[in-house]
Design a protein around this ligand. Structure first.
Ligand code: ATP
Ligand code: MG
Length: 426
């Protein structure tokens, strides 16, 4: 590993340094070559003057390709004309490994960039997105840690559906049918009897054929489950978590936010007082915007787009009709005790949460109505047989959150290696 990085060079003016990285840009003016060096923390301009370096160094700088890995030695100089106010005057320039015809150009199409995602990861845009994503994950863990939650690692290979048959990936598990987990929820529910407040960070899998800008077939899922917690308590945790993450990102990643033309203060100053509206109010807002939606329908991409466009902050939509929600949600009359958190500006759902049904007979009845084989759910039903408690929980889509925060065109930009119906390569 290196002892210091590009970001540290500002503190080293006048010193002799040693820097490893990749060629970001290159220009030549006769006996002078400028090479902009990139590492994981930024870029710095280096100048290679023919009279200051060994012959081989100047020849190497003349022919070096974009994205070749290099090792330069030199002195850090203040230079008002350089982008960061410093420049490295080289005393030696070595190519570690060449990079002939690096395939990314200014005009490479977005599909072509996805075909070479393993190389696209080197771009400033991808790096900045992944930096913020890393910040989101760290902040979420910090929040849960501060609140006394325990992190658990639920299984990815499961025997039952969490969210219903439509979007399940199945596979053969030694002669038995198994699935890739759509949610960790059912296994988190079992874990609250040990830890009371638990969370997990796992990939979730959905065979979503709808190719919207916000659906992946594999996504990062932050899920939490709390014992002795009703709907208000659930919404409070969701709101605090999202605001905690936003505040941290606004504070620590202002450069990355500005790169995406986002105001760090919006995130930094956000407060946990999101608006709550009912499903019925949501329906009338959507109808008022001229969309043809009937009471009792679920909110899809188009509906959430118009619903959220005029809000300034995330907000909850509560009390959906029970028939369009999952079997495990607790009910009150004809409604489910649930809330989705919607991101403003047309982005739509980022969290789905609910109070869970804690009554054994109600769950059995619902599973039977949905045509599920009760046998597969015996273990889950045991949770209601032995000391059942009121409890609630939620799932937050990490890439949905990052997409909204950075206003990304498509959710796949928020993935290291996106998985969509049309893409499993690279
Ligand atoms: P949608 O209606 O948008 O498909 P959902 O109601 O199926 O979402 P949940 O089952 O409540 O979503 O999942 C919890 C969270 O996981 C969602 O709020 C969202 O942030 C995220 N999520 C769900 N499906 C996907 C997906 N296919 N790609 C990316 N994130 C997803
Ligand atoms: Mg879905």
């Amino acid at each position: 590993m290196k002892d210091y990085y590009v970001k540290d060079l500002k503190e080293k003016v006048g010193e002799e340094i040693d820097l490893k990285g990749w060629v970001y840009r290159k220009r030549r003016h006769g006996k002078l070559v400028f090479v902009v060096v990139r590492d994981s923390t930024g870029t710095v301009q280096t100048s290679i003057k023919k009279q200051n370096v060994p012959v081989e160094s100047f020849e190497a700088a003349k022919v070096v390709d974009i994205e070749a890995s290099i090792h330069v030695k030199g002195i850090v100089k203040e230079d008002a004309r350089a982008p960061d106010g410093i420049e490295v005057e080289c005393t030696e320039f070595l190519i570690i490994s060449p990079s002939p015809d690096f395939p990314i150009q200014e005009d490479t199409s977005s599909e072509a960039l996805l075909d070479i995602r393993h190389l696209t990861l080197r771009t400033t845009k991808a790096r900045n997105i992944m930096q913020v994503k890393n910040g989101v994950i760290q902040a979420a863990r910090d929040y849960f840690e501060e609140k006394g939650f325990n992190e658990v690692f639920p299984p990815i290979m499961v025997g039952v559906a969490g969210e219903g048959g439509g979007t399940l990936f199945s596979f053969d598990y030694f002669g038995q049918k198994a699935f890739l987990s759509q949610t960790a929820q059912l296994h988190l529910e079992a874990s609250i009897f040990m830890f009371e407040n638990v969370y997990s960070l796992t990939p979730s899998f959905r065979a979503e054929k709808s190719r919207t800008r916000r659906h992946l077939t594999e996504f990062g899922h932050i899920e939490a489950e709390m014992a002795w917690c009703d709907e208000e308590c659930n919404e409070k945790i969701e709101e605090e978590l999202v605001v905690y993450i936003c505040n941290k990102i606004g504070e620590k990643y202002s450069d990355e936010l500005r790169y995406f033309k986002q105001d760090p203060a919006y995130y930094h100053d956000m407060e946990p007082k999101f608006e709550r509206i009912t499903y019925d109010e949501a329906i009338s807002i959507i109808q008022g915007k001229g969309l043809n939606i009937e009471f009792g329908s679920d909110l899809g991409y188009d509906e959430e787009k118009v619903l959220t466009e005029d809000f300034e902050y995330p907000f909850f939509v509560k009390n959906f009709p029970k028939d369009i929600k999952s079997f495990y949600m607790k009910q009150k009359g004809d409604r489910a005790i649930c809330a989705d958190l919607e991101a403003p500006g047309g982005y739509g759902e980022i969290i789905g949460g609910s109070q869970r049904e804690d009554n054994l007979d109600m769950i059995i009845e619902r599973l039977q109505k949905e045509g599920e084989d009760i046998k597969n759910y015996e273990w889950y039903l045991d949770l209601r047989r032995y000391g059942s408690v009121p409890h609630s929980g939620f799932g937050l889509g990490i890439e949905r959150l990052v997409r909204w925060m950075l206003k990304l065109e498509h959710i796949r930009d928020a993935c290291l290696f996106p998985r969509t119906p049309a893409r499993i390569y690279p």
